[in-house]
Design a protein around this ligand. Structure first.
Ligand code: NFS
Length: 602
């Protein structure tokens, strides 16, 4: 009688209660999805609460993107005409907060953003998420012993739960964070360990919720704090990011990311870090042990996530700036204790980041015709073969250059890459997230990148920002010419080095939204039927399924061949003649404009 185990090599395994391997694996897989969704949801709730406080005029932050505020308010059916920004923001914040605990059976508001065909699929299957928290609870209930025993039915709720993440909590977090801290625009920055500074107080901000990081950014510019650092003999305060909180401030402020997930211990082992400040998620317990060898203090700031050996300074949202200053003061006072240190200066790579979906719209479309038309046209005319997302974690037990190998193969074959999370950090370190990397592309993608001045790998932010990819894919469908659903697009995603449960939730919401995904492995191979269902069977109800390929190059080739199949289905697999066009044609927003993205190059 438990714990349920699937033993390799035992065919027809059945538990004492009669549960089959397929039921057990489906339950476990669904619980992984629920856990990942819960992590994004609790993060998002904090962001929405912070947004509401900001809307009410409390704390150090402001509503920075009023245009986006109004656009999102419209999605929620909030009247914007003739109303003050603050009034709209408070109503939006309250409505957004209510999405978590909603108890009626109406779908969450953001689902309306999806294309009609996808919404109809969700409705037909009965998987449109209702309340965000409710879907996690129902998932945990249905996978409790003796409840849902049909793996296909379990996967319906796993899809609904994952969709509550992608189109609910993650999307709320991304959008409200943008409204509050500014929608990212392209900016140059650096990544890697060389972003630490030898003569400044180095503070690493690690974790996920940008409320803490943004408050630290503001506090680090305070002249009293800088004076305090100087009094300790430092030239200033150098804030750097680790993991996804790093990606958040990189995207919006151009603050360097020193490390992704696997490098977090190495940052401390430089001996040059006065404090590593964390909130929630992806923070290794081993940091405490590593830090014992140096003067570095590990500071936890969230009551949810305490660590043995760490100093806890609770980050109080109501007094965000004061809290941030307290944390900084602690780090500054540690500067004098710094002993021998080593910063690998050559490990510093230029990146251009900040590719929100709005930026892609603007960048490819230009200021007077911002739209996805040029992207679609370049896909239709074959200059861009398709779009691939490389997302998720890095980890130690698989090839750690997988992201780079996959990305190089994709861009060489004219596939545009979108990246988030630690995958984006690793592609930045590999030198692929800057416009100069266009030289590694196939001829036609290189032409597009050079014309627009964009990198072939577009850094779109943190893991919650995978919701930007859902919006971008939806915009591509709505723009026309590439089918009427995400499942028609020549697009595919991978999280090759996944390790966090959040990555599985993301994978499942992509599949449930109609996008194929590829992982290097899935924890379901002991359950033959269920595994096959994930890898093939989901195609029936959802129009997309999971894929597994072991080696990075195999992953890339599988992605390219999936893109080619979609191109064939769309009838755009034949090379079209180039059509030169003039300014009048460019201004013609209605009709398809061939070659639009490359106009500048001619
Ligand atoms: Ni995503 Fe970001 Fe990194 Fe993986 Fe962890 S930091 S939220 S889970 S390890 S990409």
């Amino acid at each position: 009688m438990g714990p349920c185990q699937i033993i390799d090599g035992v065919e027809e395994m059945i538990g004492v209660c009669g549960a089959t391997a397929d039921t057990v694996a489906a339950r476990n897989f669904a619980r992984v999805v629920a856990s990942g969704t819960a992590a994004h949801t609790d993060h998002a709730r904090e962001m929405v609460r912070g947004f509401l406080e900001t809307a009410k005029g409390h704390g150090p932050h402001q509503i920075k993107d009023v245009e986006k505020l109004k656009a999102l308010a419209e999605v929620f059916g909030i009247v914007t005409e003739g109303r003050e920004t603050q009034e709209i923001a408070v109503e939006l914040g309250e409505r957004a907060l209510a999405e978590f605990g909603k108890q009626d059976n109406e779908p969450i508001s953001m689902l309306k953003r999806a294309v009609p065909k996808r919404q109809a699929i969700w409705k037909k299957l009965g998987i449109a998420p209702r309340g965000i928290d409710r879907e996690v609870v129902e998932m945990m209930h249905r996978t409790h012993m003796g409840v849902d025993q049909d793996y296909q039915n379990i996967m319906l709720q796993a899809s609904r739960c994952a969709l509550a993440d992608g189109w609910g909590s993650s999307m709320l977090s991304t959008e409200l964070t943008d409204i509050m801290f500014g929608t990212p625009v392209p900016r140059r920055a650096v990544v890697d360990l060389g972003s630490l500074k030898p003569d400044q107080v180095n503070i690493c901000v690690h974790g996920h919720e940008p409320l803490l990081a943004e408050s630290l950014c503001i506090a680090a510019q305070d002249k009293d704090m800088i004076a305090m650092a100087k009094k300790q003999g430092a030239k200033g305060i150098n804030l750097v990011g680790v993991c996804c909180t790093g990606n958040e401030i990189l995207m919006r402020r151009g603050i360097p990311v020193a490390a992704g997930f696997v490098q977090q211990e190495i940052v401390i082992s430089t001996g040059a870090v006065e404090a590593m400040v964390g909130d929630v998620q992806c923070i290794m317990q081993s940091l405490g042990e590593v830090a014992k060898n140096f003067h570095t203090d590990i500071i936890t700031t969230n009551y949810r996530a305490k660590m043995p050996g760490a100093i806890h300074i609770q980050f109080e949202e109501e007094a965000a700036l004061e809290s941030a200053k307290g944390i900084l003061a602690h780090a500054i006072n540690n500067y004098k204790k710094r002993g021998k240190f080593f910063i690998p200066k050559e490990e510093k790579v230029d990146v251009v980041v900040g590719f929100s979906h709005e930026t892609i719209n603007y960048m490819l479309g230009g200021s007077f015709r911002a739209s996805y038309r040029p992207l679609n046209d370049n896909i239709i005319n074959g200059r861009i073969r398709g779009v691939a997302a490389i997302v998720g974690c890095d980890n130690f037990h698989l090839d750690d250059d997988a992201h780079e190998v996959i990305a190089r193969e994709l861009i060489k074959n004219n596939v545009l890459v979108l990246a988030t999370g630690c995958a984006a950090t690793s592609l930045g370190r590999a030198g692929l997230a800057n416009p100069e990397a266009a030289k590694y592309c196939g001829d036609s993608l290189r032409e597009v990148c050079e014309a627009v001045g964009m990198p072939p790998v577009l850094h779109m932010g943190s893991c919650v920002d995978n919701s930007r990819i859902l919006v971008a894919a939806t915009q591509m469908v709505k723009q026309g010419g590439l089918g009427d659903d995400i499942s028609d697009l020549p697009a595919i995603g991978t999280a090759p080095l996944w390790m966090s449960e959040k990555a599985v939730a993301i994978g499942q919401y992509f599949v449930a939204s109609g996008a194929q995904v590829v992982f290097q492995d899935l924890p379901t191979t002991g359950a033959k039927e269920f595994n096959k269902y994930l890898l093939e069977g989901l195609m029936g109800p959802l129009g997309a399924h999971w894929n597994v390929a072991k080696k990075p190059l195999e992953i890339a080739r599988l992605m390219i061949s999936a893109i080619d199949s979609k191109r064939e289905a769309l009838g755009i697999n034949k090379k079209k003649d180039r059509v030169l066009f003039d300014m009048d044609m460019r201004r013609d927003l209605g009709a398809g404009v061939p070659d639009a993205g490359c106009q500048g190059h001619k």
